[in-house]
Ligand binder design. Structure first.
Ligand SMILES: *Cc1c(COP(=O)(O)O)cnc(C)c1O
Length: 396
């Protein structure tokens, strides 16, 4: 195993302290060359033969197997493609089909809006009196009533970093007769996950956050092996067909997780992701988690000692937190802009949250201290109060 951090494995601009790997991971070294080689030696040289000779068609399964290892899933239970929002839709519609006599989708107010929007859209599409019931994150366990068809929960609250108890909530869902769907967008690559152990029916996630697959990297979807054969895919694309190249007139789903594939995989992105995942062969998720908690704890204690303007909104106990720390501050937006101008990169989430992600692959204690030095300077000298820092960009 390689010692953490592994800064030398990433392309990080000199002097930058990158605390936003929870939103977009940095470029791992090797990806550029691998993608260049794919373009030149595979697409360029082989053209359409690449689907076979370079195994492009098998990538969703082979990359899926690498993801499976990171989320405690068995080989052959994960496939790749599309974006996370699409995978949420697929998993949710499949889950609802499993409980035809129930009408409630349970989620929480800490869920990412896209997941909730996809649920709203699916409900409108089905037009059968489904209800999206949104409760406070602390109330999910006690809201597992016997009318809940599916509990759709993102393990980490994107604003506060609060971490749900995966095993406990899955058990509560099952005790209530509900199907469990986990969104692992903010946990895959950050927190050890035991999907097989918790027995959840579905899980989905993206790969451009802690897994460093690059902007637009394909999403993943998992279905428990004993239920996969009964899933009726809402998005019945040809590559989820049992025999796509038989070109049958009617859809017949593949026997395994491949039925959650839809159309042509994004081969260039998949190649970048495949290369990016190599770093995980050298680290244990337990070591990542321990280092992440140490870094977050240090950040919290340093900020609280030196930046009295900020209020912690993340759980103080590391075991109840993902790999991010959030502070509320009335002037959070301009303060974050001022930080970014000084090459300390975090992000801002409305209405007032300054969010910092800690990724032990390439962040160490020196970075944490360096970031707090600059943050304290910006706050105590009100350096954030410049007109250019108040200007809102399209992406915050
Ligand atoms: C990042 C994130 C998304 C983004 O979805 P895309 O389709 O990849 O844009 C959705 N849901 C959650 C919970 C996320 O954290």
């Amino acid at each position: 195993m390689t010692k953490l951090p592994m800064k030398h494995r990433f392309s990080l601009p000199e002097g930058m302290i990158y605390l936003d790997g929870n939103s977009l991971g940095p470029l791992p070294l090797g990806v550029k060359e691998r993608v260049a080689s794919m373009l030149q030696d595979e697409w360029g040289a082989h053209l359409i033969k690449g689907w076979n000779v370079d195994n492009w068609m098998g990538q969703p399964a082979s990359v899926g197997n690498k993801i499976a290892r990171l989320i405690g899933a068995a080989q052959g239970t994960v496939t790749m493609g599309d974006t996370l929002s699409v995978k949420v839709y697929q998993a949710l519609s499949a889950a609802l089909k499993m409980r035809p006599d129930r009408r409630v989708i349970l989620s929480d107010s800490g869920n990412f809006p896209s997941d909730l929007y996809m649920a709203e859209g699916l409900i409108r599409q089905l037009d059968r009196d489904y209800e999206l019931r949104i409760v406070a994150p602390e109330e999910v366990a006690t809201s597992m009533t016997d009318d809940v068809a599916v509990a759709m929960i993102t393990q980490v609250d994107y604003r506060t970093g609060r971490l749900h108890d995966m095993a406990g909530l899955t058990k509560a869902a099952h005790d209530a007769g509900a199907v469990m769907l986990w969104d692992l967008a903010h946990t895959a690559g950050a927190v050890p996950i035991d999907l097989t152990g918790c027995s959840a029916e579905f899980a989905v996630g993206c790969t451009y956050k802690y897994l460093n697959g690059g902007p637009g990297a394909p999403a993943f979807i998992y279905a428990r092996p004993d239920i996969v054969g009964g899933i009726e895919p809402a998005l019945a694309g040809w590559l989820g067909h049992d025999a796509p190249f038989a070109f049958e007139q009617s859809y017949r789903p593949a026997g395994d997780i491949e039925r959650m594939r839809v159309g042509t995989p994004p081969v260039i992105q998949m190649t970048a992701l495949d290369e990016a995942l190599k770093v995980w062969e050298e680290v244990e998720m337990e070591d990542i988690r321990a280092a992440s908690i140490r870094l977050c704890d240090l950040f919290i204690s340093e900020v609280e000692a030196r930046c009295p303007e900020l209020t912690l909104v993340s759980p103080r106990n590391g075991a109840e937190r993902g790999s991010q720390v959030s502070f509320a501050f009335e002037h959070g937006y301009p303060a974050m802009q001022a930080l970014i101008a000084r090459d300390v990169i975090g992000d801002f989430r409305a209405p007032n949250i300054m969010r910092f992600g800690f990724t032990p692959l390439y962040i160490d204690e020196e970075d944490v201290r360096g970031a707090v030095d600059i943050l304290a300077d910006i706050l105590s000298n009100r350096l954030w109060d410049k007109p250019e820092y108040h200007q809102k960009s399209r992406v915050t």
